[in-house]
Every structure is written in structure tokens, then in C-alpha cells.
Design a protein around this ligand. Structure first.
Ligand code: MG
Length: 249
């Protein structure tokens, strides 16, 4: 299939869906508090999405049973919302995707539930900053490895590990398009970045090692060593002048 270059018109639609995804995550941010069940966040996400005219993209994807991924503490990605009650001191990663006018948007944030430890705060801040570093390294004429290595370098400098089994991805009409966007790599290597490429960049960091395990529900991915994990994601477009974050308000 190869990497699909989007036209300006297609990127304009992806900007719209990106804004929808960002708006839903923004509402969820204010709902995360001690005592809420993770399945309640899924319900809120769908209600907000319907108001904005989008459709959920995760539900049914390879059989995933929910609209929102909710991953708590040592869970990294693909957590299934359910009866679990968020407690003071937890950290929770919310990953949300939507479809609008045939195109996809995908973004994630990690939030503290009530008061969290300094260790957890620092992990969350660093993971967000690692995403920013990856985005800042993206420009036309550069290479995908510039993004990957910027994320890895920043994360490891701060003493964290980057998860390797799961990566970012191209995105467009499909949630997962080429290329894979690893969170580790070598500068000046990998596919050439060109105007019109649209990528979901999504560092997953841990306070321990980078090995992962999949839970009994066949979805939830956790750290093998039980260490804390955070996850941030934006859908971006490579533009003539550099890069544009599409999943922004
Ligand atoms: Mg993604």
C-alpha cells in the first residue's frame, strides 16, 4: 500500500476530525476524578462525539469492545473501560479515535486522578514533552527516524524507558496506515517525510523497563515489571513549512 499522501482538502477534513477528538478528550479531562468508573468515561466520550457529528472508530476495531481506551497505572494502552473505579493517586491514560467525513483522528493523554505522587507527575510531564520533542523533529525533507530518535533521546535522558512493542502509525481513511512510527530509532534513517503525510505520534513511557504483557482480556497491555506508564498521542500533518498538530482545539 505504501505511505498515502493527503491533499490539502483531505487534510482540511482531518483537521476537523482532529478538533473533534481533541474536544472529546478535553471534556473527559474534566470528568476524571476519584470515584468515577472507567465505563462512565466511555459513555461520556460517545455522547460528546455524537454532539460533534463524529463516529467512534475504536469500537469493533479487530473486535475491541469499547469506544475509548482507558489504561490505569501500570497499564500502557488498550485498557477496556469497565467497572473499575478510579482512585485518588491513580494515573489514567485516555486514548480516543473518531471518524468524520471518511477520515480518522487519534489522540491520547495521561491524567492524574486527584493528588498524585511527584514520581507520577514527572512521568506524565516527561511523556507529554517527549511527544512535543517528536513533533518538533518532524519536517518535510527529514526522516521518520528523526521523530523516533527525538522521542527516545528525550525519554531516556530523563531516566525513562520507551515501549517498543507498540508504535505510532500513519493515519487517514484508515486508523492504521503506513508507516509505523516507533518511539525509538536513529536520526536520518527511515522513510523520507513529505508534505501531505499524516502520522499519529504516540510515545508510551515507563518508569521501569520497556517489556510489556497482554492481560487475560486479550487487550490490555501492561508493563511486565508493574512499573507506571504514561501515553500521549497527537495526529499530525507534515506541511510545507513543517508540521501541524491536527488533534488540537
Ligand atoms: Mg494511535
Amino acid at each position: 500500500m505504501g505511505i498515502i499522501i493527503k491533499s490539502d482538502e483531505e487534510i482540511a477534513i482531518m483537521r476537523q476530525v482532529g478538533r473533534i477528538v481533541a474536544a472529546v478528550l478535553d471534556v473527559l479531562k474534566s470528568e476524571v476524578k476519584p470515584g468515577i468508573k472507567t465505563e462512565e468515561l466511555d459513555v461520556i466520550a460517545v455522547k460528546e462525539l455524537e454532539k460533534l457529528g463524529g463516529r467512534p472508530s475504536f469500537k469493533g476495531y479487530q473486535g475491541f469492545p469499547a469506544n475509548l481506551c482507558v489504561s490505569v497505572n501500570d497499564e500502557i494502552v488498550h485498557g477496556i473501560p469497565g467497572k473499575r473505579v478510579l482512585r485518588e493517586g491513580d494515573i489514567v491514560s485516555l486514548d480516543f479515535g473518531a471518524i468524520f467525513d471518511g477520515f480518522q483522528g487519534d489522540a491520547a493523554v495521561t491524567l492524574g486522578v486527584g493528588d498524585i505522587t511527584d514520581e507520577a507527575k514527572r512521568l506524565i510531564e516527561t511523556t507529554g514533552a517527549a511527544l512535543d520533542a517528536g513533533i518538533a523533529a518532524a519536517h518535510p525533507g527529514g526522516r521518520l527516524g528523526d521523530i523516533s530518535s527525538a522521542i527516545q533521546h528525550y525519554a531516556e535522558l530523563k531516566g525513562y524507558s520507551v515501549v517498543r512493542q507498540y508504535t505510532g502509525h500513519g493515519i487517514g481513511r484508515e486508523m492504521h496506515e503506513e508507516p509505523k512510527v516507533p518511539n525509538f530509532g536513529v536520526p536520518k534513517e527511515g522513510p523520507l517525510l513529505k508534505e501531505g503525510m499524516t502520522l499519529a505520534i504516540e510515545p508510551m513511557l515507563t518508569t521501569g523497563g520497556w517489556l510489556t504483557r497482554v492481560g487475560d482480556n486479550h487487550w490490555t497491555v501492561s508493563t511486565s515489571d508493574g512499573s507506571l506508564s504514561a501515553h500521549f498521542e497527537h495526529t499530525v500533518a507534515i506541511t510545507g513549512g513543517g508540521v501541524e498538530v491536527l488533534t488540537a482545539l
